[in-house]
Design a binder for this molecule. Sequence first.
Ligand SMILES: [Fe+2]
Ligand SMILES: [Fe+2]
Length: 192
Amino acid sequence: MTTPNSTTEPDVVDLLLQQHDQIKSMFAQLQTTTGTAKRDLFDELVRLLAVHESAEESVVHPMAKRELDDGEQVVDQRLAEEDEAKKELAELYDMGVDNPEFDRRLVTFAAAVVEHATHEENEEFLRLRASVDADKLRRMAGALKAAEAAAPTRPHANAPESAAGNLMAAPVLGVFDRARDAVRDWHKKNQD
Ligand SMILES: [Fe+2]
Ligand SMILES: [Fe+2]
């Protein structure tokens, strides 16, 4: 675990750590839920992962790349894992929570996501707290809030349509794109 942030206002690391806990608990809940509740919970997980990974990808990892001696190497591994996770999440979504294969695939996916999160906590977050100004880390919490405000609550709700009017095959990627665009807009306005 990292050194706690010394003020009451959460910084970006506090929020990312809270989300890691939330993601783990959603994976656990998905194993004991069925039907519509399971579908809703999986939609919530897609949204949370989109918000979380977009802020990491567009703001936190680039900062780690700049600030840490071995940042390049550490971050490249995390980005490769995030890319894989996004593809697997899209496949799970397409498969649907009622598919007999879904639970088995979800367990493997959850293990990979938890391992990824542990690497981030130990190799990035802890070290960013030690090397980046506390005010800057607090301001960066805004990136997560921007993603949170922009990400659609249901993957299908705002999915782009093809010329023929059909929903495109990967609405999950649409949720990630919306969150990423919001973080990038936020970053342009809050560069320092
Ligand atoms: Fe990540
Ligand atoms: Fe993370």
